[in-house]
Structure formats: C-alpha cells, structure tokens
Design a binder for this molecule. Sequence first.
Ligand SMILES: Cc1cc2nc3c(=O)[nH]c(=O)nc-3n(C[C@H](O)[C@H](O)[C@H](O)COP(=O)(O)O)c2cc1C
Length: 185
Amino acid sequence: MSDEHSEHVLSVVVCAAAPATHVETLVREALARDWTVQVIATPSARPFFNGATIEELAGSAVRSEYSAPGAPRSKLPEAIIVAPATFNTINQWALGISDTYALGILAEQTGLEIPIVVIPFVSEALAARTPFERSVKALRAEGVSVLLGPGGIRPHPVHTEAEHVSSFPWLIALDEVAGMTGFGL
Ligand SMILES: Cc1cc2nc3c(=O)[nH]c(=O)nc-3n(C[C@H](O)[C@H](O)[C@H](O)COP(=O)(O)O)c2cc1C
C-alpha cells in the first residue's frame, strides 16, 4: 500500500477503446484530488493517447511492459481505476489471463484486495454477450466495482461510440474510489 505519510498512489489502467484519447481528463482530476498517479496502458491502447503528455503530467512513465529483472518495480497502489475497460480486457481479467502487463497487474492486485473501479466502454451488442455478462458478474463477486448499468455507464448502440466519447464519465470512477478508500473526496 502507499505510504500513508507521504502519498496516495492511484493506478490508472487504460485499454484500447475510444475514450482513451481523453485519459488526460482523468489524470488531471486525480492529480487535483491529490493522488499520485501512475498510468498503465495495454499495448493496444498506446496509440490512443499522447504518452509524453501523460508522463509529464503524472511525473512517471506510462507502463505497458514488466520491468527488467532487478529493475525498480512500480508502487503498489492504494486504488486502481480501469478506464476505459474493453470487452477484451474485462473477459481476460475475469478468466485470470495475464498476457499483458496491465492484465498481470490486475490479476495480482485483485488478489490483494486493493479497491478497483472499472468503467467499461462497450456496445450494446458486446455487453449482451454471455461471456461479458459472466465476466462482469465474476469480477463483482471478487469485490471489483464495475460501474455498468444504474449509477454507471450504459452500453452504447453499435457504431455510435464516437458520439459517446465526450460524455465518458471519468469522474464517477474517482468518486467511487473516494467512497472505497476515504481519500480524494
Ligand atoms: C479505434 C478503435 C476503437 C475501439 N473501440 C473499442 C471499444 O469501444 N470497446 C472495446 O471493447 N473495444 C474497442 N476496440 C477494440 C479493442 O481495441 C481490441 O479488442 C483490442 O484488442 C483491445 O485490447 P486491450 O483490451 O488489451 O486494450 C477498438 C479498437 C479500435 C482500433
């Protein structure tokens, strides 16, 4: 966990869905709420945003790979936000697949009972698939807060994602984290 006397570390896991182009919104607001932010991106998410801008803001590297053996490790966070979360990452995470750095972090840190908040960004067609419904249920059963449905995001009609990027509800993730940790209100 974070050193309670110095900093409160928030990991932001970014997946390859359209709202990732605006992840700066989340990073800025988290910093304004006094979080120390470390950003982890899936390899597919890297082209969606300007990594140098995020690194300058957060003051740390955007990570998509494990450290080399013996190199310094990332800090264990006080909380994690996964946003936007893709169909792919949600399903792999729920199954315990760990073939990206982001999935590896989620696999292990779910087991540490670190508060985790997820905002999926999926079409209605993807959200209605049985594997996805099963994954959301499984993650919730492990204590993960998936902000989908009432009080969270609603899946969008197929091929309308561009219309929903600007209204992606980044801040409800921070509010939920504040409720779970008591920090960042
Ligand atoms: C421009 C673009 C937009 C995409 N939007 C979404 C999306 O909204 N939701 C989703 O689940 N996948 C979306 N995808 C597909 C994912 O990027 C793809 O499944 C990828 O393998 C996910 O990798 P990740 O889960 O490791 O980030 C999009 C892909 C592209 C190229």
